[in-house]
Design a protein around this ligand. Structure first.
Ligand SMILES: Nc1ncnc2c1ncn2[C@@H]1O[C@H](COP(=O)(O)OP(=O)(O)O)[C@@H](O)[C@H]1O
Ligand SMILES: [Mg+2]
Length: 266
């Protein structure tokens, strides 16, 4: 464990920007610059459940990669419980932060190594993060929590359905008991029934771990079910940020458009 200050915000992003240079269209011109995240200030208090919504291309995934230390910002800083997060740090010096965090992405097929057995996939963070204890038992316990069959650890990802694979990805994200859980559209590739189960799993793990949640979703209903606060992004900026109830009576035009476009959930 690290000497993190739990009275500090779980995550603090200050003046975060991320630009990308697009491929050049001709050898005589430099590639254009695309600003994916544009001067975002964001405080995520410890224990908060933040949903990030916004139209496609508004910068949600980029912001999450910056907050999760997967990518370095072009400007600005990220702090976790008061400690600077450096995406360029070595595996050893960033281990404290990896230990604190777990991430689930949209596509469970792309995020699971097809050549590894499920048990090894889920155990990997325990090994990489030098977590103490009986890894085999920890893996078995978490696979059971996500409702996978008892022999799942010995099988390969392709032997499972899309929903089961996303549950494997969740198991891997939480096996080391992180205090911050990130999701980038973790339910989007799933059909409605499976999605509901995955939402429940997310909630139960966040509850159990007492974790802070940062969840990107273009699905307003998912955010309403899982989050207590919401940040609305447009063109790389946060245009509205507040209690999730603001989605019930949106005022900002971007938020209004998102809510109007959302399918009504049963
Ligand atoms: N690696 C990259 N290279 C170039 N452009 C990128 C890259 N990642 C994201 N972008 C661009 O940045 C903008 C924001 O993308 P993204 O964060 O993926 O948005 P969202 O998740 O809200 O759909 C988009 O215009 C996207 O094309
Ligand atoms: Mg995205």
């Amino acid at each position: 464990m690290t000497d993190l200050d739990s009275t500090r915000p779980a995550l603090l992003g200050a003046d975060l920007s991320r630009t990308y240079r697009l491929p050049r269209r001709s050898p005589f011109e430099p590639g254009a610059i695309r600003t994916a995240v544009d001067g975002v200030d964001l405080v995520v208090p410890t224990g908060a459940r933040l949903g990030i919504v916004g139209e496609s291309g508004s910068g949600k995934s980029t912001l999450v990669r910056l907050l999760a230390g997967l990518e370095a910002p072009s400007t600005g800083t990220v702090h976790a419980s008061g400690r600077p997060v450096d995406a360029r740090a070595s595996a050893v010096s960033s281990r404290w932060f990896r230990r604190e965090t777990g991430i689930v992405f949209q596509d469970p097929v792309a995020s699971l190594d097809p050549r590894m057995r499920v048990g090894a996939i889920v155990a990997e963070p325990l090994r990489a993060l030098r977590v103490e204890g009986d890894h085999r038992a920890m893996v078995a316990a978490v696979l059971e929590r996500v409702d996978l069959p008892a022999d799942a650890a010995d099988r390969y990802p392709h032997e499972f359905s899309g929903g089961q694979r996303q549950r494997i990805a969740i198991a891997r994200a939480v096996v080391h008991r992180p205090r911050i859980l990130f999701g980038d559209e973790p339910m989007s590739a799933l059909d409605v029934v499976v999605r509901a189960r995955v939402i429940d799993l997310f909630r139960s793990f966040v509850d159990d771990l007492g974790a802070t949640l940062v969840l990107v979703s273009h699905d307003i209903g998912v955010v309403q079910r899982l989050c207590d606060t919401v940040a609305v992004m447009s063109a790389g900026r946060i245009v509205e940020h507040g209690p999730v109830s603001l989605l019930d009576a949106p005022t900002h035009e971007v938020t209004r458009a998102l809510v109007a476009a959302a399918p009504t959930l049963p």
